[in-house]
Design a protein around this ligand. Structure first.
Ligand code: IPM
Ligand code: MG
Length: 350
């Protein structure tokens, strides 16, 4: 019997609803598999918690979180807390503090789901996002607040170490997939320092992977390829902000933001990795019971794979695909199913 401790941080908005759906599915799955158990550790960190206490993560909180095998995260963001406060209060301290530098964002059109693109059914991409530095380094400042002379700087930081390791990770990912194809996305025509470093290091790392076919496309151009030449892409690697934007596009093109999963990985396993649906807190539909739990279920698959529970991950993914194929869809996918109906259907199939 294998035992895993999972930290559960539902956070804000529909994060609560989809994580509780995800836990239901995981519980049925571990009973079905019989050879592993998940011990859950619940963390109440959220914007409501912040409004009450003045912090998202209490003192010593990260040390406690560090003990677990994986983190299942819902969403953070609330209408009455500035987004940069909630992001820097909860999500980024975990991603950056636990060196979760590789953010993996698969996008695929699941059975029964229709891409909004006429030629989009073949979408099967993985966006690899650098997750600890770049445009999200937090470097910069503001001076002369409120005055006409006010200035603000927002500096991207790219380090050889950081860029090298994300490229290596991306090549490994490309290598693990059938197409053996990797697209480098930068903006090295306009951004002539950091992005040129990205390009240079990419081709240094590429020497170790002669079996991988590569292409370099500027970030603006790759958006048109994502829409008009879906089949020309497989694995993509991009900086923190570029991949943030591209992964939302990828999710929408593959049917809905409500199905897109993500893994924030510390590949060396010095720290726990964190798994979350991409969609965010979605206050417009919070409490209505119609949030799509598929992103969280797929996220749970990524978590199980990371833990080495490959069979369970496959069983879960195949249950998800059978449910989407049956057109049990929540409103974001044009259907009328509720979170509970989709969850029950996935549990039954497991
Ligand atoms: C994401 C989200 C976050 C990000 C938001 C909530 C700050 O958009 O995970 O893609 O930009 O990193
Ligand atoms: Mg995003």
């Amino acid at each position: 019997m294998r035992h895993y401790t999972i930290a559960v941080i539902p956070g804000d908005g529909i994060g609560q609803e989809v994580i509780s759906a995800g836990l239901e599915v995981l519980s049925v799955l571990s009973q079905r598999e019989k050879d592993f158990t998940l011990q859950l550790k619940h963390f109440p960190w959220s914007s409501a918690y912040y409004k009450k206490n003045g912090f998202y993560i209490p003192e010593g909180g990260l040390d406690e979180l560090r003990q677990v095998d994986a983190i299942l995260f819902g969403a953070v963001g609330a209408p009455d807390v500035p987004d940069h406060i909630s992001l820097w209060g909860l999500r980024l301290p975990i991603c950056q503090g636990f060196d979760q530098y590789a953010n993996v964002r698969p996008a695929r059109v699941l059975p029964g789901i229709t891409s909004p693109l006429r030629e989009g059914q073949n979408i099967d991409w993985v966006v690899i996002r650098e997750n600890t530095e770049g445009e999200y380094s937090g470097s910069g400042g503001r001076a002369h607040r409120g005055l006409p002379e006010e200035v603000a700087t927002e500096t991207s930081i790219f380090t050889r170490h950081g860029v090298q390791r994300i490229h290596r990770f991306a090549f490994e990912m490309a290598n693990s997939r059938a197409r053996k194809h990797l697209t480098l996305v930068t903006k090295s025509n306009a951004q002539r320092h950091g992005m040129v470093l990205w390009d240079e290091i990419f081709y240094e790392v590429a020497k170790d992977y002669p079996q991988i076919e590569t292409q370099r496309i500027l970030v603006d151009a790759v958006t048109t390829n994502m829409v008009l030449k879906t089949g020309s892409l497989d694995t993509l690697v991009a900086s923190n902000l570029h991949a943030d934007i591209l992964s939302d596009l990828a999710a929408a093109l593959s049917g809905s933001l409500g199905i897109a999963p993500t893994a924030n990985l510390n590949p060396e396993r010095r720290f726990p990795s964190m798994f979350e649906p991409i969609h965010g807190s979605a206050f417009d539909i919070t409490g209505k019971g119609i949030a799509n739990p598929i992103a969280t279920f797929w996220t749970a698959c990524l978590m199980l794979e990371h833990l080495g529970e490959v069979q369970a991950a496959q069983r879960l993914m195949s249950a998800i695909e059978k449910v989407t194929a049956k057109k049990l869809h929540t409103p974001d996918l044009g259907g009328e199913a509720t979170t509970a109906i989709v969850t029950e259907a996935v549990c039954d199939l497991i």
